[in-house]
Design a protein around this ligand. Sequence first.
Ligand code: IMP
Ligand code: MG
Length: 175
Amino acid sequence: MAEHIRVLLSEQEVDKRIQEIGDQISKDYAGKEVHLVCVLKGGSFFMCELAKRITVPVSLDFMSVSSYGGETKSSGVVRIVKDLDEPLKDRDVLVIEDIVDSGRTLSYLLDMLRDRGPRSLRLCTLLDKPSRRVVEVDVDYTGFQIPDEFVVGYGLDYAQRYRNLPYIGVVEFDD
Ligand code: IMP
Ligand code: MG
């Protein structure tokens, strides 16, 4: 089936919002060092753009999790595919995600990271679909709240494609 992408948030809108979040994070973490934990692969584009706009010292680490489920939905059972390289003990950790949907992946992940003893643990997501929430998750920084539509771009994929789009779009199927 052929598909096309409808622009939901333009590159300019996304970049502007990332700058605002970067400014806010720089203020909130003044005098501290922030340790960014990127959830691969989706969070990687957002993390790079955000990190460039944070003015306090930044360190980075990456992890990859896979949720058992279909292409477009997650089951909440999370398996660590690649763990972090460094411990989180006594660090100010900010988890960077592409999107919070049901909240299942994040709630599991945050519990696991909290057990590693960070000084603080916060969550920053580019996108949030609040209407889809099944498990409650405290989000500290949100780029955009969006309606319940399947989106791609800026790290988000449909069957591993479209991650490289510099904007957020909705996948629409032609018939
Ligand atoms: P959750 O556990 O339901 O919150 O699922 C979060 C994960 O599902 C995200 O990190 C994405 O990988 C994926 N996901 C959820 N909604 C979308 C979407 O609209 N487009 C692409 N991936 C999505
Ligand atoms: Mg993800």
